[in-house]
Design a protein around this ligand. Structure first.
Ligand code: MN
Length: 252
């Protein structure tokens, strides 16, 4: 069993150290992770400049790019001759739930793994008093040991969120809905020029069965995800809209 470990908090973050150490119980671990924090980088791929990779120590590499870059550098570079059986991402400092998964570099690394036909699990940690990456890494390793009892599907993608303390168990969930009371903070820099900082307070819709509800109630949330963004309900139900569009003269 070969496991690729990556993240978006950077190769020197506490979460990846704990996850990599724990995963070495399961198999051979190779770490390829960003050289600095890349949180909220989403599924971004660096194409406008060259990438640099540095070996930090045996089986540990840093890349001056995004988590998606790291998965590519691993699959087509470091692990070209010996592809991983599983990709794990995290443990992220902070939750990645609901709509936020589209911003998340942690989850995007797992999406990228799937695009390379590799099963992947993303791990994120609620940060509040008493949280412990080490405790969550032990849960992560138990989960992975359980998963690999059966052959892993190449499109397996689980998004796992750990509550800060006192985990009551595990819940199988769907993505929740979150609105940011988004605001832009405007200020002046020392040169007198305006700068802007995206900020905001997340407000969650209270819905049963979601990742947010599970973590709020003290459970570890596991959400199966897939990359196919097709709205299958829309495909079926938006027939009037489809008919109107199909009547457009778009030939020629
Ligand atoms: Mn992060």
């Amino acid at each position: 069993m070969r496991i690729l470990v990556t993240n978006d908090d950077g190769v020197f973050s506490e979460g990846i150290k704990c996850l990599a150490a724990a995963m070495s119980e399961v198999g051979e671990v190779v770490v390829v992770a960003p050289d600095r924090e890349q949180s909220a980088s989403g599924h971004s791929l660096t194409l406008n400049r060259p990438l640099r990779m540095q070996q930090i120590r045996e089986h540990w590499y840093s890349v001056d790019g995004t988590p998606t870059d790291c998965v590519n550098m691993a699959v087509h570079g470091v692990l070209k001759e010996a592809p991983p059986d599983l990709v794990v991402s995290g443990i992220n400092f902070g939750l990645n739930m609901g709509d936020d998964v589209t911003y998340s570099g942690t989850v995007s690394a797992a999406f990228e793994a799937n695009m390379h036909h590799l099963p992947a699990v993303a791990f994120s940690q609620q940060v509040a008093e008493g949280f412990s990456f080490e405790r969550s890494a032990r849960f992560a390793v138990d989960m992975v040991k359980t998963l690999i009892r059966e052959p892993l599907a190449e499109d397996l993608l689980l998004n796992v969120n750990f509550p800060a303390v006192g985990c009551k168990g595990l819940r199988w969930t769907r993505l929740g809905k979150r609105h940011y009371q988004q605001s832009i903070i405007e200020n002046k820099d020392p040169m007198g020029r305006n700068y802007y900082w995206i900020s905001g307070t997340p407000v969650w819709e209270e819905q049963e069965g979601t990742d947010h509800a599970a973590v709020l109630e003290g459970y570890t949330s596991v959400t199966p995800l897939h990359l196919d963004l097709t709205d299958y309900r829309g495909l079926e139900e938006s027939a009037p809209l489809r008919d109107r569009l199909e009547h457009l003269e778009l030939t020629g």
